[in-house]
Design a binder for this molecule. Sequence first.
Ligand code: NI
Length: 391
Amino acid sequence: MPVINRIAEFQAEMSAWRRDIHAHPELGFEEQRTADLVAQTLASFGIEVQRGLAQTGVVGTLKGAAGARAIGLRADMDALPMQELNGFEHRSRNDGRMHACGHDGHTAMLLGAAKYLAETRNFAGTVHFIFQPAEEGLGGGRAMVEEGLFERFPVADVYGLHNWPGMPVGQFAIRPGPMMAAADLFEIAIVGHGAHGAMPHLGVDPVVVAAEIVGALQSIVSRTADALEAAVVSVTKIHGGDAFNVIPERVEMAGTVRTFKAELQSQIEHAMRRIAEGVAAAHGCTAEVRYERQFPATVNAPAETELAAAAAAKVVGADKVARDPAPCMGSEDFSFMLHAKPGSYIWMGNGAGEGGCHLHNPRYDFNDEALPLGASYWATLVESLLPKGAS
Ligand code: NI
């Protein structure tokens, strides 16, 4: 039996919520309409709703039979600032906004699980359904934790889920330890001395220095990081100068660093400062480095990962739950919740997709066939973690 029968019965309803959210995408901390839909839908199931945490966050609380234990299930609600290229009926109505990461599906599946659990209440204890804003680079997960998510809604552990294009529908993947990388942002400003393009000897050219720094930064991973540890240093932006015959005063660059271990993260930051400042000094310029640790790595707790994998296996069969997927260098702000509480984060297959679309592609769409699987996973997880008669 692949999914809970009662959940399969309201697939059309979950699909309608999902498509409604998809058609009305909202950016981080602006999810007013989405939060209204979530809050009203939860309330219609008789679930107690709290709003306003991290601006647009919504938390639904459902109690089963008597039991002291509480767990948190989290879905993200925000869309991306990009133009959708799909032409189907539920395409984005909001120009320059798109649900290209499937958060519409995540929200619909958690609502589906909430509906089922509110009807059946076949568990003992409390479930908090956490609908967070602003996962896409704005730190909505951090904001919820800092604004007291787990003080207001205490939980023993917390769980997250993300759809995964390229993995068949009906499969899950999860591993203990790192699943997603830490994401850091860096900005380097190289300050030289402007001059006429024909008379470089009268200035200090920051463009030449910037070029050397870009090249030298690539030696960090290849020459200073342990070859058995994963790390990425990417310079993704560089700007300097306005005219072909003017040497500018200043060149600015920016990029991202991805790691799984805090020790390596510190080593890379240190090497980056040494290289940028050292190369600049060698040429008589200065380099100002700003290094910001944005998201920690998403690290699954071993015991909770076993429980999550077992719940997924109950839904799709143990052979459809990959237990040792390669971690991803992308990041995820559920990491802030996993820093505050033990828990686990699972990937769920979204299928190959039309043309093999991956996340953040302008033709991506969440696969509605996966809705009952994800909702069944959530419901099964709750019934397994909070068994009736056991507390
Ligand atoms: Ni996402």
